[in-house]
Design a protein around this ligand. Sequence first.
Ligand SMILES: Nc1ncnc2c1ncn2[C@@H]1O[C@H](COP(=O)(O)OP(=O)(O)OP(=O)(O)O)[C@@H](O)[C@H]1O
Ligand SMILES: [Mg+2]
Length: 272
Amino acid sequence: MAAKDDGYPFVSEAEIIRAVGVTKRFGALVAVDRVDYVLHQNEVAGIIGSNGAGKTTFFNLLTGYFTPDEGRILYKGQDITRATPRQRVELGLMRTFQLTATFENLTVVDNLVLAFFRAHRSSSLFHLLFNTRRRFRNNDKILLTLETFELQTLAATEVRHLSLGEKRRLEIAMAVLAEPQVLLLDEPLAGLSDSEIKAVLAVLRRRIGQQTILIVEHKISQVEDFLQRLTVMHEGRVIADGGYEECLRDPAVRRSYWQIDVDAEQAPNLTA
Ligand SMILES: Nc1ncnc2c1ncn2[C@@H]1O[C@H](COP(=O)(O)OP(=O)(O)OP(=O)(O)O)[C@@H](O)[C@H]1O
Ligand SMILES: [Mg+2]
């Protein structure tokens, strides 16, 4: 990889998202402070940081729910800084939970059918489908999705009867059916039990290599053996970016994220 003038690695076609000097203020508070970030094709990347680090704000800047006060956001080289969330979805950029609301009184399989048609067909057909969705329940893509996300036995269950972990798997399955370029997930593991976390990560693992995934998580311990690359935010800034161990060793990360007295300790403890 050759370095360009701006110091970024140059990886033309493999680059999906680039944020350049992105800043978002809420009054006097700088929630996201001149953040530079690059996400590459098929990366499984995570952004972590303590409470109030700016992770969700940055996520909302990428998805278009906020517009930055300064800086630019590029999608495959195209400036999307001012594009709406819907426009970004149409570019194939991403799906988020906000855009994949489930229908509580419909079954799992019918939610998948509706998600598939919402993503791939015209809206008039989508409305028609409310009456004719039965026909599409055996569609190959729907069957494969049920299998990948381990929802086969729940296919005929109404969403309101699902556990939180099952519902999270369905939400991610619905997002994936839209075949997004980037699957962006803000705290997909929040509120789940340890076994539900394992189940969600297991189905996400099956997407590795076919899907660019960016996860924002508060707790690193839950995603440490899932993520290939980590970015650590603190007080609105990126303080470390790279492999897991590299980030753990970083003095700034140890000081702010784990609140370790770096000067007082001798050798870094990688199991912290
Ligand atoms: N809509 C808003 N209006 C005002 N302040 C906000 C808004 N959203 C976030 N903030 C503030 O911006 C800072 C960053 O918040 P953000 O939600 O991005 O942090 P986070 O890293 O996602 O934290 P958490 O781990 O708690 O989810 C915080 O100080 C927060 O109070
Ligand atoms: Mg958050």
